[in-house]
Ligand binder design. Sequence first.
Ligand code: SAH
Ligand code: SF4
Ligand code: F3S
Length: 461
Amino acid sequence: MIESEVEIQKEYMNKVKELNTEKLKYYILTMGCQLNENDSEKLCGMLEKMNYEQTEDVGNANFIIINTCCVRENAEEKLFGKLGEYKKIKEKNNAIIAICGCMMQEKHITEKLKKSYPYVDIIFGTHTLHKLPEDVYKVLSNRKKVQDILDIDGEIYEGLPIKRSDKKRASVTIMYGCNNFCTYCIVPYVRGRERSRLPKDILNEIRELANEGYKEITLLGQNVNSYNGGIINGEKYNFANLLRDVNNIDGIEIIRFVSPHPKDFKDDVIEAIRDCKKISRIIHLPLQSGSSNILKKMNRKYTKEQFIELADKIRKEIPDAVFSTDIIVGFPEETEEDFEDTLDVVRKVNFEQIFMFIYSRRVGTPADKMEQVPEEIKHKRFDRLKALFEEQIAENNKKYIGTIHKVLIEGKSKNNEEMLTARTSTNKVIILEGSETLIGKIVDVKIVSEHQWYLKGEITK
Ligand code: SAH
Ligand code: SF4
Ligand code: F3S
């Protein structure tokens, strides 16, 4: 049934292609996390099969698609701001405007769109992404607006076309949805319950990527270590099994994964990372808060002490492991003492990378109804956390000087076209001199100096 649905969409791709007799241009704007970026790669794949080609200049576009995120409030401001701009382009080019992604699963947003932005042609949600060809066909053939949003969990559709944004590094979504309902978070409401892809589908995709010359794979999901691959040979196939199998695929040299949940970080996963040398040595352990009291209110299911113990245990098994984390500052009812606990964990665990967020109210989540921390206090705490982390980075960076790393040359540096860029296994950006022909190759690099946000390296072989 699911395969036939993809077949139906492939027919629509052909039908649209027949309507689009000349090549048209599409522009895509992707907000949010890597899962959304991976979804956008599929949207691009479908659009290219329909005779559209990508443009970076929205002013030229005949088709504009916005893949939205709603995890924090600023995304909404961004969407509505952009729509004003795109309206003029629509009038000029007779363009189609489509909006999809997580925000479209929120009723108050789709209602606002219908009321105040009637020029939007297509709205679809996270569970109906694969139906873009059908939606485009309907709009082109009778110029009617299409809204295609499902409130129930979507199926997993294999075999959709995909246009990857990079030639050497690829993301592979292993599971969809989230069951955790952290009280601040909108994701479970807009992405539905956890659904895992079959191990064979994931492994085949990665084998194909390896054959195409891909070197680095990032396994994606909202809670990757609760991956459930079903029963294989009479035994449960879980995330640890998957890591080991991916590690065995020839040609793949670097494996990353986001995001694991600390509560599901079991020994078998730690052992798999320890044994599989291709797995990146930066482990993402999202802390969210260092206060057991706040963690309880967040429904995170671990305490401050358990988090520190987990980090210690991982370090004991994998001595070269470092950690990155996500922290929310100013969750409702967070006191000065609670915040001190967060700083305390940051001091103790010594994260290599911290993604810091100011708590943002999300309609429909339990935390939205709790007593809020004043904006000013939230911002002050954010600045204090940032200052502490910056002190730590300077210290941490010094340890890299003189060390040698096997890295993938990712491309030219964004800030300096003359230089190349790579990352250590612990995700530190390295800037180095070298010829363009090295892009996509794996080389050994020695770190010669540190500069807060990056390290400078030299190729040794
Ligand atoms: N599933 C992943 C993360 C998903 S969202 C995990 O559990 O780690 C990415 C990050 O956004 C979260 O880790 C959290 O730090 C942040 N975030 C989520 N909801 C938020 C909110 N309402 N306000 C501020 N930050 C939020
Ligand atoms: Fe959101 Fe929590 Fe699920 Fe992550 S684990 S997506 S923070 S509900
Ligand atoms: Fe945003 Fe949806 Fe990802 S809400 S963070 S794009 S899952």
